[in-house]
Design a binder for this molecule. Sequence first.
Ligand code: ATP
Length: 275
Amino acid sequence: KSLVIKSNEEENNITFADIGGQRAAVEELKEALDFIKHYPQARRLGVRPLKGILLTGPPGTGKTLLAKAAAGYTDAVFIAASGSEFVEMYAGVGAQRIRNLFRLAREKAQQSGKNRAIIFIDEIDVLGGKRGKVNSHLEYDQTLNQLLVEMDGIKGDERVNILVIAATNRADLLDPALLRPGRFDRQVRVDLPDKEGRLEILRLHTRNKPLAPDVDLEAVAKETLGFSGAHLESLANEAAILALREGASAIGQRHFMEAIERVMLGAKLERRPSK
Ligand code: ATP
């Protein structure tokens, strides 16, 4: 088994302007990131370095986008991994992968001259579940312990600055050790978008699509209670496909309405009265 992690440094052009709704989450996140942006001042004032931010909330609400935007905002290298990449049958492999991930982040940060890296760990609950519980076994414990060791090792006085952003839909499953000060001590809630948020997301995902004059995105936002950003992205795409199939030159309101039904069927979302 190779110890090379699949985690990749991705092309990253995402900014906070690409995220619809989530105003509170964006503000909270920016506030935390400002510590990092103005690090020398923060250090002079004796502010403890911020090492970890936990994004919690349902799937498809933009947690990954937020982490990418955070990297752009702080001019950091972005390295992504998923909790499931660290789960292996063989003892020690997960822990070794965690070490490699942090080493890779330091290397990339230095090579790029940015001297800053954001490590994004999606599905942190897979490796960061409560230790010593029925579902966790020794291997997970070692992996989680290694993550804690790496985070405790971030001193804030090195040449390279590392911030870990983790995401989960199940914060309740996390080992409390992860949430202690000096680890993921900032939690940012990323909820399903409200009507205004849905409208913003629909606007973002239709900005490069030709829309017929009858299109009323507000009405679409009203009809899509319970949709996540990912559902809305897929809705805009479905509407375009329906228009294409008809040979229409622009997407009309009826395409959006039919696309709503399709996405709901696919996602088994219930149609609820609009708010
Ligand atoms: P998961 O928990 O499933 O990993 P996530 O919360 O990380 O989900 P993302 O991967 O960021 O969600 O979102 C998936 C896609 O859905 C994005 O690439 C984007 O196209 C769309 N999307 C989700 N939320 C938003 C948003 N707030 N604004 C714009 N687009 C969004």
